[in-house]
Design a protein around this ligand. Structure first.
Ligand code: FRU
Length: 550
């Protein structure tokens, strides 16, 4: 089948063709990083899902292996859905995954490698004593899925969390087992929240409150931790997380009062990002996050392109030093693809000015810029704390062309020189009228990204071009704010303030493609902003990117 390459990524993880969704079972084992993922063997829409499997030594170059799981037994005949891997001492890696049976009931199964000494983990067995867990009569059997990596507790039990709902209440059930075979549901869910709908792909892990450099494995028991519970909301296709406290005796998680639990919760990524999942990389002592970015194109174009979906660049996850949120940063390995370095230093950008970043390939680039706005903060627009605007709506009203005091300023990616098409990623600084502190909005606005016409009024016939946005919790006390964007043809991943706010966007320019794409740094605020430094690189294509026989 023909595959249209125009908007395919060069350095993001993508199979050669067809549909891909959730990352599954990420793990580091015997010298290899493993990534499994939900994959349609037959086409560029969701369906016929298997666990496809790739391995890598560096998280950059990937080799495709044969599919690890596909429907074949009564307990998964209608689906081998998302799940995780746990390395069980004495046994090796074990997959926990959701199988769908003939009645469309979702049940939790396990699979083991045929040969745990094979670092590639090529072959997987689904033992006949499956399933491990069936939903009981109190539960919703069509909303019970995506088991997390299990952890071993001091009381001699393994524990895993499974996503669910009852009516419209999102639920994370917790199960325990001594032998990894017999699993018992705890009396209460580990957490739940009314009117959030189905909780897909829960993720539950500790972060250190004292060490802001290293990640923690799930069985860490020191007292200097907080827990993170992330859920993916089926209803809106957004995720949110809370920081909180997990009580292993009561098996309950309680979010901290200061992180909102629900629709206004904090997000790993404020853009097109879903079904994310972390794992602990004991090689480098870090917790790494994978996440899926779906297409935002029309259904018909997904099909005619012959492919849909990609995994965003893996990110490290740490607690921010303020202990109120997490911070994310692309894994350092991705920097090995940088070439053609250009730099800009100490450049003032006045109102309406736009400077081109030349000497790199703008459609396939990594750019890091540090702005200084310290001189002009008192000229920031007023932000009335009684505003009920969500970041998304604020960005919609105050786009990259709407003049402000301090900002909008930032990057213009995937642009034509006349700005017929462009994807701006930018900040706008407000001043809170009650606290007098800066309030910073970060936007990645897909609205002007493409000249392509919609095919019709139906959702599937329209491109999704949202004004993605989030606030950035910085006080700007030294006047600085940084922005990094990874640009890869149809994906722009942007990291504000060293990863405090992250936004991934999918865009499909018609003219601003390949050599015709341009990159600029801009300012549309009345106040001059200073580009202290701007470092930009072309990004090479990895030598090996999943070039196996799929
Ligand atoms: C999330 C999800 C999961 C499910 C899988 C099926 O995108 O719906 O809940 O296990 O995808 O492919």
């Amino acid at each position: 089948e023909a595959v249209n390459h125009l908007h395919r990524s060069a350095f993001h993880f993508q199979p050669p063709r067809h549909w891909i969704n959730d990352p599954n079972g990420p793990v580091y084992y015997k010298g290899f990083y493993h990534l499994f993922y939900q994959y349609n063997t037959k086409g560029a829409v969701w369906g016929n899902i298997v666990w496809a499997h790739s391995v890598s030594k560096d998280l950059v170059n990937w080799e495709a292996l044969e599919h690890a799981l596909y429907p074949s037994k009564w307990f998964d005949i209608k689906g081998t859905w998302s799940g995780s891997i746990t390395i069980v001492p004495g046994k090796g890696p074990i997959i926990l995954y959701t199988g769908v049976n003939q009645n469309e009931t979702q049940i939790q199964n396990y699979a083991i490698p045929k040969d745990p000494s094979d670092p590639y983990l090529r072959k997987w067995i689904k033992p006949d004593d499956n399933p491990l867990v069936m939903p009981d009569y109190t539960m919703n059997g069509s909303a019970f899925r995506d088991p997390t990596t299990a952890w071993f507790s001091e009381d001699g039990h393994w524990r895993t969390v499974v996503g669910s709902k009852r009516k419209n209440r999102g639920i994370a059930y917790i199960y325990r087992s001594r032998d990894f075979k017999h699993w018992v549901k705890a009396k209460h869910p580990v957490h739940s929240k009314e009117s959030t709908g189905m909780w897909e792909c829960p993720d539950f892990f500790p972060v250190s409150t004292t060490d802001f450099q290293n990640g923690l494995d799930l069985d860490y028991t020191g007292s200097n931790t907080k827990h993170v519970l992330k859920v993916s909301l089926d209803l809106t296709r957004f995720e949110y997380y809370t920081l909180g406290t997990y009580d292993p005796k009561k098996d309950r998680y309680v979010p901290n009062g200061d992180t909102p639990d629900g629709w206004d919760g904090l997000r790993f990524d404020y853009g097109n990002y879903y079904a994310s999942k972390t794992f602990f990389d004991y090689k480098k002592n870090r917790r790494i996050l994978w996440g899926w970015a779906n297409e935002s194109d029309t259904l018909e174009d997904d099909i005619s392109k012959g492919w849909a979906g990609l995994q965003v660049i893996p990110r490290t996850v740490l607690l921010d030093a303020n202990k109120k949120q997490l911070v994310f940063w692309p894994i350092e390995e991705i920097e090995s693809l940088r070439s053609n370095y250009v730099r800009m230093n100490n450049k003032n950008i006045t109102m309406g000015q736009r400077l081109e970043v030349e000497g790199i390939t703008p459609a396939q680039a990594d750019v890091e810029v540090t702005f200084n706005v310290g001189q002009c903060l008192e000229k920031a627009e007023a932000f009335d704390p009684s505003f009920t605007f969500k970041p998304f709506d604020l960005c919609k009203i105050k786009g990259s062309n709407v003049t402000g005091g301090v900002g909008p300023f930032g990057l213009i990616t995937l642009a034509t020189p006349d700005l017929e098409e462009y994807t701006p990623v930018f900040f706008r600084v407000f001043k809170d009228t009650s606290t007098y502190k800066p309030k910073v909005l970060m936007c990645s606005d897909a609205r002007p990204s493409s000249l392509k016409q919609d095919r019709g009024p139906l959702k599937q016939d329209r491109m999704y071009k949202p004004s993605f946005a989030g606030f950035v919790d910085v006080d700007l006390s030294d006047g600085r704010i940084s922005l990094r964007s990874l640009i890869d043809h149809s994906v722009v991943e942007s990291f504000g303030a060293l990863g405090k706010t992250v936004i991934t966007s999918r865009v499909y320019p018609v003219k601003a493609v390949k050599e015709n794409a341009h990159l600029y740094v801009f300012n549309n605020g009345t106040q001059t902003v200073n580009v202290e430094s701007l470092d930009a690189w072309s990004m090479e294509r990895p030598l090996k990117m999943n070039n196996g026989a799929l």
